[in-house]
Design a protein around this ligand. Structure first.
Ligand SMILES: [Ca+2]
Length: 384
């Protein structure tokens, strides 16, 4: 059923020939924050996109991504992605609650099923993250929607199967929608957890609720030392539904979240920051809140997972059915570029493999997509 086609070049994407959507650029121009405007003019390496991106292939340090082949097919609503030291990956499936191992050659095998998941709506088995000390502790972490809550669990993956599952953090609000679910270890060794407000918008501004937050915890589930709100796992607040977290080369955390009807957001996350929801959506220029560094119409984005490679944020868009590339020279967000628009349907997440390539997962079997032959698939993109 699974066919590896590493040698097939399915599509070559020339980023220079893919201008950012004009509607989104207009929105940025009219509502741009001072910092975002400054970044556009200051970032000479990507400044060609601020004028006429198709006119000149100006010298640029922005790496170009192209699809080099299909790693695997036939997955069912894959959601989480984490790489093993040997270059293969573990992938979670939201609705089956299974974790599958996918090798770089395209072999797919089921290594186990995570207990306690009660998939419904946007919930189920969501993000997964390998322990940064996996080679000594063999631990795999997962975020799941249980019957009445979301929780973080961990288990042992011995290279063949899962065992010893235990709950690390529970009590994260759950619902049919807005469960967040992305988890990733930061460069500081702590586990960051993107949550959602589960459809109860007031939770995002409640400091004691774990809904609508980015959490930072130890591998044992305790609030990480140095968290901004005393002994709380809360790291930042005022989020709606965080499904994308990644760090740049300087250790800066970036996060993507879904807006309601107007603005999806890419944010630079600071400890203790309040990102506005539900008081504001998108850029508000309100001193109480931190503005996103980039924002998109929800039709063009609806972002889930993000990855950072080659000094760009790559953001997988579900409804937008495209991969956004946002150059971040000097830590500032440049002009976004849309890749693969409509080519593969809904895109759930993207990750950086140990060899530096990007693995990009579709999400057409999640109940909201048009299922194509071979869905869901993992594509391999190379950067050059
Ligand atoms: Ca916001």
């Amino acid at each position: 059923m699974i066919r590896a086609r590493p040698a097939v070049v399915a599509l070559v994407v020339s980023l220079a020939a893919v201008p950012a959507c004009s509607g989104e650029e207009d929105a940025d121009t009219s509502r741009g924050s001072p910092s975002a405007s400054a970044s556009s003019s200051a970032s000479s390496t990507s400044a060609s996109t601020t004028g006429s991106p198709s006119e000149s292939p100006a010298p640029t340090a922005v790496l170009q991504a192209r699809v080099a082949g299909t790693v695997a097919e036939g997955l069912a609503a894959p959601w989480g992605l984490t790489f093993l030291p040997d270059g293969s990956a573990l992938v979670s499936e939201r609705d089956t609650a299974r974790i599958k191992r996918v090798t770089a050659d395209g072999d797919v095998s089921t290594v186990g099923r995570v207990r306690g998941a009660a998939p419904r709506g946007e919930g189920g088995l969501l993000g997964i993250a390998l322990s940064p000390t996996y080679e000594s502790d063999s631990l795999l972490f997962a975020y799941l929607t249980a019957a009445n809550e979301n929780r973080v669990v961990r288990m042992t993956y011995d290279g063949n199967r899962l065992s010893g599952q235990e709950t690390v953090l529970d009590g994260i609000p759950a619902g049919a929608i807005h469960n967040g679910g992305r988890i990733a270890f930061g460069p500081d060794g702590f586990l960051y957890v993107g949550t959602g407000e589960a459809g109860q918008t007031d939770l995002s501004q409640r400091r004691r609720s774990l809904g609508g937050k980015i959490l930072r915890i130890t591998p044992d589930g305790e609030p990480a030392p140095g968290n901004p709100f005393g002994g709380s796992p809360v790291y930042s607040m005022g989020h709606r539904n965080v499904q994308g977290i990644a760090w740049d080369a300087d250790g800066q955390l970036w996060a993507a979240e879904f807006g309601q009807n107007t603005w999806d957001e890419l944010n630079r996350i600071e400890a203790g920051g309040n990102y506005g929801w539900p008081e504001v959506e998108g850029r508000a220029r309100d001193d109480r809140f931190r503005d996103p560094v980039r924002q998109w119409d929800t039709d063009e984005a609806s972002p889930s997972g993000i990855a950072i490679a080659g000094n760009s944020v790559f953001m997988a868009a579900l409804r937008g059915s495209r991969l956004w590339q946002v150059p971040i020279p000097g830590g500032r967000a440049g002009e976004p570029r849309a890749l693969l628009t409509g080519d593969y349907g809904r895109l759930r997440t993207v990750g950086v493999a140990p060899d530096g390539s990007l693995w990009l997962m579709t999400s057409n079997r999640d109940g909201r997509g048009d299922v194509r032959d071979g869905d869901d698939r993992i594509l391999r993109l190379t950067l050059s």
